[in-house]
Ligand binder design. Structure first.
Ligand code: XMP
Length: 305
């Protein structure tokens, strides 16, 4: 485990030396990794850093508002509303890898526009050690690792946390006094709710996924999972009121892990599971069934796509 105080001092020094008098940019996702990297880099170079948050429409409930609030102290913060553009690019896309690709490409386009505008020569990234390991393998394309520098030409890439594990990043985040909602937040995938929706991403499925993920995160907080999530996995017959309906099936998943590379499905008590079920089917007319995923990683992955 690194000592957070000396890590922070050392990295601030290193970042200012690397960036010098130039401009830098970072993609903020709201997750602990990019938030910590942004906070470190902002300490180092102030408004020479432009933190960019692209609202893809695939984010968790309240996430955009949270970002606005948390990072409002950074005058250079940019929030790009790209919801409509992402949804229209995703129309008709069902293949999981194609979906990631489409999202990654659109993200790059949005980001590149700001990078050009602010004349950024350096890219700061919140890459951590397990990201590098996973992207070296062929497990799946990780849109937030490697993608940006491959397409946009920067003079320098700054990755202050490239050797840290997630729990070490959280230590650093706490030292930097990032709000708890960020430092303790569960990891969330770059492609967002899109990898928690099987098949085409539509506004209707997104609304179900967003609300169901909110319920699950809230209800399972006490289990302190590495990640707890909900996925829209298809349709099934159900009965709502007096009618037979063909409603959405929501899968609930909660796992323990140290680094996301392997994970164990958590044992959740029946009352909690029933409460989740009744909130999700009760709050959403279009959901007729809720199932709990008991599969570890491997053989399953944490996300559904
Ligand atoms: P899987 O589903 O492969 O996920 O078991 C392992 C960990 O990585 C996260 N994940 C991603 N994070 N971009 C990200 O930033 C991605 O494309 C991506 N895919 C998966 C996942 O949430 C879990 O923590």
């Amino acid at each position: 485990m690194v000592d957070p105080d000396s890590f922070i001092d050392e990295k601030i020094e290193e970042i200012s030396t690397k960036i010098g008098d130039d401009n830098a940019i970072i993609a903020l996702s709201g997750g602990v990794d990019s938030s910590t990297a942004a906070a470190l880099a902002y300490e180092a170079v102030g408004d020479q850093l432009t933190p960019v948050y692209v609202d893809t429409g695939l984010m968790r409930k309240g996430e955009t508002e949270q970002i606005e609030e948390t990072f409002s102290y950074m005058d250079s913060l940019r929030i790009v509303d790209a919801r409509g553009r992402f949804l229209s690019e995703l129309e008709g896309v069902v293949d999981p890898e194609k979906k990631r690709h489409v999202i990654g490409e659109q993200f790059i386009r949005e980001f590149e526009a700001v990078a050009e505008e602010v004349d950024a020569s350096h890219l700061v990234q919140g890459t951590i050690y397990p990201d590098r390991i996973e992207s070296e393998g062929t497990i799946k394309s990780h849109h937030n690792v490697g993608g940006l520098p491959d397409v946009i030409d920067f003079d320098g890439i700054v990755e202050p946390m490239r050797d840290l594990y997630k729990d070490e990043v959280r230590e650093v985040a706490r030292k930097l006094e990032l709000e708890e909602i960020i430092s303790e937040r569960m990891p969330f995938p770059g492609p967002g709710l899109a990898v928690r929706i099987l098949g085409e991403v539509t506004e209707e499925k997104l609304a179900v996924a967003r609300e169901a993920n909110y319920v699950v995160e809230e209800e399972l907080e006490e289990y302190d999972p590495w990640q707890a999530l909900a996925a829209v996995i298809g349709k099934a017959t159900g009965v709502k009121g007096d009618n037979r309906v063909h409603g959405w099936v929501v899968a609930v998943r909660s796992v323990e892990s140290r680094d996301g590379m392997t994970a164990r499905a958590q044992q959740i008590d029946w009352e909690t599971l029933q409460r989740i079920q009744s909130r999700i089917t009760g709050e959403m007319e279009s959901v007729s069934r809720v199932v709990y995923d008991v599969t570890h990683k491997p053989p399953a992955t944490i996300e559904y796509e």
